[in-house]
Write a new protein. Sequence first.
Lengths: 48, 192
Amino acid sequence: MTLKMKKIRREQRKKINALNRLSGMFKANGSSRIISITKGYAIIGKTC
Amino acid sequence: MGKLVSFDKLDKTNTPTKIILDTNFILNLTNRFTNHPTNRNITDCSNFTKSLVYANTEIFIPDVVVNEFCCQVFTTILLEYRKKNNLTKHILNIHRDNPRIIRPGHEKISKAIKDLDLIRSKKKLLENGEGVRNKALKLMRKYDLLPSDAYISAIAIVNQINNIATLDVPLTKSLLKEEINIYTPFTEINLS
C-alpha cells in the first residue's frame, strides 16, 4: 500500500468513526462496499 | 426527470461524486443526539453514508439542515421536560418562560457538529444571496414546498449538485421533476 493510499484509508477510518459516534452504532459494519438494507420503511416527515 | 436510486441499488455505476444530505436523513444519522421518534432508518442512512465515504463522494450539509438539526435537539429536550413535569403548554411557551431548559442541548450540538464536519466536504456551498432565494421562492410556489425544503432544493440546483439523499417523499417527487437524482431507502415510491 502506498503512502497516499494509507492516508486516504486513515481519512476514511476517521469519517467512519465519526459516523458511528453520530448514530451510536458502534458495531455497524463499516467495511461493506454495497450496503444491505432491512425491509419495512416508514414515511418520515419533518418535525421542525 | 432525475433518477430515483434506492440505497440497496447503490453500485459503481450510480454512486454520486457529490451529494447533499437532507434534514430527515441527518436526523436519522444523528439519532444519538436527537432521539428522533421516527428513527427506523438509522442503519440504512449510516451504512449509505459509509458507502459514500468509501467511494470518496463529496458530502455537503447545508446550514439550513444544521439549523433544523439544532431545532430537533432542542425540541426533544423541551418535549422531555414537558412530559416529566406533566405540562400541557406548547414547548415554545415552556422555552419562553425558562430558556435555560435547552442548555443540555448545546453540548450535544457541539459534539454532533464536530463529527458532521469530519464527514462533510471542506468546499463551501453557495447558500444565500438573491439567486438562491429567488430559486427557493420559485420552487416553494411551484411545488408547494416548505421553506427549508425549497432552500435545500435551490442550493442543490444553484451549486449544480444534482444528487440529494432524502427520506422525504413529497420532496422527492418535486426534485425528480427538477432533474435532481434522489437517493432514498424507500424501495417503492408512487411518483404519480
